[in-house]
Design a protein around this ligand. Structure first.
Ligand code: SAJ
Length: 408
């Protein structure tokens, strides 16, 4: 039986480590963030997620450990961030390289090094293989390389870890098979074994497909706004066609995956990515579209004071506390650039103050504003529609059924 060291105890690494531990595998979760490791050692989770509490308890009962030190083991899973470089839009491989480097310092001979972090196609060839060669190790003998990108969605991670199909990219088929068996401990769905480059590319392609589909919906929303058509009704009808599946328009695309991964392709293939780049631009333009909608509602109702406007939702999507790349933050940044300060903000999931004029109490927030902009469709607002019914509402998520509600 393997002994797994999971490197990076964030949104993906932690639940993955816990699933293996629950399945009876010996696991140590490692992160260089001492505070985070201390918190986990003290039995405290660092983010909220449906079912994570119970899973954590089971994993602790099964002996999972947490440490800032890399362990000497036969199997490593690297699950560290892969941000993109703002100007070039290319992937920043620094964290992956540094984690791989540290693994090579301690690993057993013949260890399997699995990279779970999303990487652009060719990253492993370009940055990880040379690390192994620099060390004087023979690939396929001293170390075996594998890429096993995750597919789970925040808000439903635990279920999806168990039920989503997975891709394993490996240099050697037997190693791919071995890693497949390992993931089968908790993954009940199909696991495909392929080569490393195909695994890298297919992961980025999946998220890019979604980004383009959302961009199409957002462009339709803008077209429909111009001529007063109901975009939701149009998408609903179009989707009744058996081979059409258009996603929903919204105030923008946030999160650490869909709004980031397409940039890797744009950064690496600038001459070939017209559609992908255009989709990114459309999605990034949505906060501006929301602002122009707010402006026209203010004008219509003779409201001149921006502090009478409240944005509901800071998270990047419904029922999560994750604010990375969130459309609301994008919108606030844009307002900031135009020196438009004072808009009020509330999110029931975000319990620390991260922006100016952020309220911690929903009723206080509602009492202070005239226009409420629904940026995120949390269940909380769906269950509190009575409280906002007298406000002017701009509903960018199409969840509000009152008469006279403004839409995207
Ligand atoms: N959004 C829309 N319209 C839609 C769907 C989503 O505007 O119809 C927006 C959301 O509000 C959000 C953003 O897009 O701001 C992304 O949300 P998401 O729910 O589509 O995806 P993520 O970023 O939470 O997680 C994705 C997942 N991909 C999907 O295809 C659903 C997940 O499977 C991946 O594992 C994850 O990215 C990842 O790690 O790559």
């Amino acid at each position: 039986m393997s002994f797994i060291n999971v490197i990076g105890q964030g949104y993906i690494g932690l639940p993955t480590a816990l699933m293996f531990a629950k399945g009876g595998v010996k696991v140590v979760g490692t992160d260089y963030n001492e505070k985070l490791i201390q918190s986990l050692q003290n039995g405290k989770l660092t983010f909220e997620e449906e079912g994570l509490d119970e899973l954590f308890k089971e994993a602790v009962t099964n002996g999972i450990e947490f440490s800032t030190e890399y362990q000497k083991t036969d199997t490593y899973i690297i699950s560290v961030p892969t941000p993109y470089i703002k100007n070039s839009k290319k992937l920043d491989p620094t964290y992956v390289i540094s984690a791989a480097h540290s693994v090579l310092e301690v690993c057993e001979k013949g260890a399997i090094l699995i990279i779970e972090s999303t990487v652009s196609p060719g990253t492993i060839d370009k940055y990880v293989r040379p690390e192994i060669e620099k060390k004087g190790y023979v690939l396929g003998e001293d170390v075996h390389l594998v890429h096993a990108p995750e597919r789970i969605i925040p808000g439903n991670m635990i279920y999806e870890l168990e039920h989503n199909s997975r891709t394993i990219g490996a240099d050697e088929l037997e190693v791919g098979q071995k890693v497949k068996d390992l993931y089968s401990i908790f993954c009940k769905s199909e696991i495909v074994v392929t080569d490393i480059r195909s695994a890298e590319m297919s992961k980025v392609v999946e998220n890019t497909y979604r980004d383009i589909n959302i961009a199409f919906a957002n462009e339709l929303a803008k077209i429909c706004r111009t001529d007063n058509m109901d975009v939701y009704e149009i998408i609903r009808i179009a989707n009744m066609h058996p081979r059409v599946n258009i996603l929903q328009p919204g105030p923008g695309v946030g999160g650490h995956c869909i709004s980031v991964d397409p940039w890797f392709l744009v950064g690496d293939y600038p001459d070939l990515t017209n559609l992908i780049l255009t989709a990114r631009k459309i999605n990034d333009s949505m906060p501006k579209h929301v602002l122009s909608r707010i402006r026209s509602i203010m004008r219509e109702h003779d409201i001149h004071d921006i502090s009478k406007v409240g944005l509901y939702g800071l998270a990047y999507k419904e029922n999560v506390d994750d604010t990375r790349e969130s459309p609301t933050l994008q919108l606030l940044e844009r307002m900031d650039e135009h020196l438009a300060f004072g808009v009020k903000v509330f999110d029931p999931f975000v319990k620390t103050r991260i922006v100016d004029h952020q309220f911690m109490n929903f009723e206080d927030f509602v009492n202070e504003i005239e226009i409420l902009v629904i940026m995120v469709g949390h269940d909380h607002i769906k269950n509190n529609m009575e409280i906002i019914k007298d406000k002017l509402i701009l509903d960018t998520k199409n969840i509000c059924t009152f008469d006279g509600v403004y839409k995207l």
